[in-house]
Each structure stands twice: as C-alpha cells, then as structure tokens.
Write a protein that binds this ligand. Structure first.
Ligand SMILES: Nc1ncnc2c1ncn2[C@@H]1O[C@H](COP(=O)(O)OP(=O)(O)OP(=O)(O)O)[C@@H](O)[C@H]1O
Ligand SMILES: [Mg+2]
Length: 276
C-alpha cells in the first residue's frame, strides 16, 4: 500500500472529501410547492440530519449573472431516503456539493447533525464530512495512481480502521469487483470505476450518503444491484441517502422524490402513489 502521504493533501481534499479533517485531526407527476407538500413540517419524533435553508448560488458569467439555486430549502430526517431529479444543468451537482460543504453558497445555510456547516472553516467542514458524510461524485474522482483496493482502503485508513484491507476487499466484493482489486482506474470500465467510487463512499459507514447519479454508468441489472446495496445500507445501518438520480428503480425505492426546477426543489407525486 502506498502511503497516502505521497499524495498532496490538497488533491486528497478535492478527491476524497474527508481527507483534510482526518489529517487535522415518472410519468403523470403532479408537482406540489414544497411548503404545501408539508416538507417543512418537522416530525418531532424524527431527528433531522440535514437542514438547508434559503440556499442560493449565483455565478457571474460573461453573459451576466447566472442563478443556479434560488433560495432552496430542504429538511431531511435521519434514516430517510431522498431522490433528486432535474434536467441537465438544473443544479443537482451544485446542490450536492453545497450540502456536503465542498462548495460555498452565495447565501443560505446548511446544518448537518445540528452543526452549521458554513460556520466551519475548510478543515472543520472536512472533519465533519470525515465523521458523517460519504460522497459519490458524478465523475467518480478516484485517485488515478491507486488500485481499486487502495482507493477504497484510503478512507478506512484515514479513519484508523483496524483492518482496512479486509474491509475494503469485502465491500468491493459486494459491488461485484472482487476480481478487480489490483486494477487502477485506467484499467477499469466506467461502470467499474463508478462501483469503486460507491464502495469508497460506503466504506466508512457514513451517517449521510450523498451520491450524484450513482447508477448513471451502469446497465439495468448492475444498477438494480447497486440500488439494493444502497437500500440495504439504509436499512441495516440507518444511513440517510440523498441521491441525484434519473434511475426509476432507485428513485421509486426512496421515501421522497424531489424535482429541482428553476433553482428550487418541488415535491413530486406519482399516479396513485403517496407523495414521495
Ligand atoms: N463554476 C461554474 N461557473 C459557471 N457556471 C457553472 C459553474 N458550475 C456550474 N455552472 C453551471 O451551473 C449549472 C448547473 O450545473 P450542475 O453541474 O449543478 O448541473 P446538473 O443538474 O448536475 O447537470 P447534469 O445533470 O448535466 O449533471 C449549469 O448550467 C452549469 O453550466
Ligand atoms: Mg450533475
């Protein structure tokens, strides 16, 4: 195993969101406005793991100011599963990055487990992620010089896991990559790289898993298998899932499906189904 110290810390922080802290330390849908759908109603018996309030993200571009998110709010209870959908460019990846504190909003706030994310400095946010958050990037962001096994071992080693090699091997086997442990990302297919990225995000058993199109590069059968794994993690460990996805199987397995439109989140209902 190459020591992760060979990798510049700044790269690790970008690629592996938890790194810095450890070192320092459907069809026929009707849309309902979020407030009307009761998504702000907080169940007193449920602990909220995430609260985003009035998140706005504006970027200046040569054509003028671009509003990506426009005062968006979202409350997610511990153990809940939420799917977020929206057309390309609607701001889904931007939103996930803000919820993880990987990016900063123009205005608004995010609380994770009662802690104000943006009141923390970069190292503080990374430390919070290290303790609580797994993140699957849309573009995988695997360390190119590391094998699949080493990529998945990394968060376990950073978290001082007692047996990172066997734990990483087991989780790679669960995503169907037991025969690819020693392959580097360049030696893996897109779908295999995606599964390594999912295994890496699972590995340290985060309380909150944010995943950006986690089955986007997978065939239907493999995608269903990964969806089952995600829901098993939710059932067995109580992991809260926030998933950006166009995958019907994955979205319909979630407690709620939200649509990101014009910078705001809307609840969606499917024909004959309870509002998700
Ligand atoms: N740094 C940036 N500078 C300028 N524009 C940006 C920047 N980051 C994102 N955008 C723009 O913000 C919008 C939202 O981007 P984002 O990646 O969040 O969309 P998305 O919903 O995840 O799309 P996709 O489904 O294609 O992944 C896009 O129009 C994108 O071009
Ligand atoms: Mg995206």
């Amino acid at each position: 195993m190459r020591p992760h110290s060979l990798y510049p810390r700044s790269d690790l922080v970008t690629i592996l969101p938890s790194a810095s802290g450890i070192h320092n330390l459907p069809k026929g849908e009707a849309k309902l406005p979020l407030r009307q759908a009761g998504l702000f109603a907080e169940d007193p018996l449920q602990r909220n793991i995430l609260k985003a309030r009035n998140l706005a993200k504006r970027i200046s571009s040569p054509g003028g100011e671009l509003t990506i998110l426009d005062g968006l709010s979202l409350t997610v209870s511990e153990g809940e599963t939420v799917a977020i959908r929206g057309v390309s460019g609607s701001g889904k990846s931007t939103l996930l990055g803000l919820l993880a504190g990987l990016d900063l909003p123009t205005s608004g706030s995010v609380e994770i487990d009662g802690k104000e994310l943006y009141a923390l400095d970069e190292d503080g946010r990374a430390a919070l992620r290290a303790r609580m958050v797994g993140f699957v990037f849309q573009s995988f962001q695997l360390l190119p010089a590391f094998t699949a096994l080493e990529n998945v071992m990394l968060p376990l080693e950073l978290a001082a896991h007692s047996a990172p090699g066997s734990a990483a091997t087991e989780i790679l086997q669960r995503v169907g990559l037991g025969g690819r442990l020693q392959h580097t990302p360049a030696q893996l297919s897109g779908g295999e790289q995606q599964r390594v990225a999912i295994a890496r995000a699972f590995a340290a058993e985060p309380k909150l898993l944010l995943a950006d199109e986690p089955t986007g590069n997978l065939d239907t059968r493999t995608g269903e298998h990964i969806a089952e794994l995600l829901f098993a993690l939710n059932r067995e460990k109580g992991t809260t899932l926030i998933l950006v996805t166009h995958d019907q199987h994955l979205a319909h397995g979630c407690d709620r499906i939200l649509a990101l439109e014009n910078g705001s989140l809307m609840a969606t209902t499917s024909d004959g189904e309870t509002a998700c």
